[in-house]
Ligand binder design. Structure first.
Ligand SMILES: [Zn+2]
Length: 154
């Protein structure tokens, strides 16, 4: 998983759903959770179908901030597509999106050193953003369907 933060929002969300049905018989509890999931999946499917962006705003914000930081760094090209990036007294060896500081690989977003390297190679930074930040990936993930079910009378 590409993320620079660790959160347990998924677990908290599930707890909120389960608590609503906790005092029901198991079959009604499961039916309540299934109904909740069906509605949520439809909402997300609609949301990502309407979204015309290429990259999610969080990743875009980081790209812009790191572009500003990249302007404070100095780069020197070496052989084998390696770039040496200096920021004050710090120095990093960079090959496209792989940097010795590890920030780009950890987050999946080209950090300032990687952006400098990608820019020197005359490539587009957007192509190096991990697919988990792409709206097209969210569309694919949320394209799965939950079938409607008939009740016990059917
Ligand atoms: Zn770096």
């Amino acid at each position: 998983m590409k993320s620079n933060s660790v959160e347990s929002n998924i677990g908290e969300s599930w707890n909120g759903v389960i608590v609503k049905h906790i005092e029901q018989r198991i079959i009604y509890m499961l039916e309540g959770i299934r109904g909740y999931m069906m509605v949520q999946m439809k909402k997300k499917h609609r949301k990502f179908q309407r979204n015309r962006r290429l990259i999610f705003p969080l990743a875009l914000t980081i790209l812009v901030e790191e572009d500003v930081n990249a302007r404070k760094c100095h780069a020197r090209a070496s052989t084998n597509n390696m770039i040496e990036v200096r920021n004050g007294i710090s120095s990093y060896a960079v090959v496209l999106c792989s940097c010795s500081c590890g920030a780009s690989e950890l987050s999946g977003i080209p950090w300032c050193h990687a952006q400098l390297s990608i820019g020197l190679m005359r490539l587009t930074v957007n192509y190096f953003v991990h697919e988990c930040y792409l709206v097209s990936t969210a569309r694919k993930v949320n394209a799965c369907e939950m079938p409607c079910m008939g009740g016990p009378q059917t």
